[in-house]
Design a protein around this ligand. Sequence first.
Ligand SMILES: Cc1cc2nc3c(=O)[nH]c(=O)nc-3n(C[C@H](O)[C@H](O)[C@H](O)COP(=O)(O)O)c2cc1C
Length: 149
Amino acid sequence: MALAKIVYASMTGNTEEIADIVASKLQELGHDVEIDECTSVEASDFEDADMAIVATYTYGDGDLPDEIVDFYEDLQDLDLSGKIYGVVGSGDTFYDYFCKSVDEFEEQFALTGARKGADSVKVDLAAEEEDIENLELFAKKMSEAVEAI
Ligand SMILES: Cc1cc2nc3c(=O)[nH]c(=O)nc-3n(C[C@H](O)[C@H](O)[C@H](O)COP(=O)(O)O)c2cc1C
């Protein structure tokens, strides 16, 4: 059994729901899960996890949500070698930079020495049936990656 820490930013609830879907699946797969809003934790809390997961929406013109910027900046200074990371998020295909914050976090995690456990999942607004399947598959791949360590 591994410990997954999920940190999310969510203004209107879509990303929080996405984080909850991933959390439920990981619990079903037998893992311990801690899920926190990004302003209530420090990036260094990931040092205690086996799986480090960020769920974020995108704001402005392809910008990170203001409330997750500190967390994002602190992430690059961490050594998360030996851990598995993954990123999910919500955006809106109406905008030019769909779910750009998801890509930004992927790049930031890559600087920490952690290994990607599953491809990111980008959801258009609220998660629908197909998105839920993709999010559960994401959780399954994360689980397999952590068990292979
Ligand atoms: C002012 C504003 C700017 C936004 N800019 C983007 C954007 O650049 N790219 C994108 O993919 N989504 C953008 N969105 C859409 C949000 O990311 C989307 O509504 C998301 O589901 C919000 O997640 P939440 O419910 O967790 O807050 C924007 C939304 C607002 C209100």
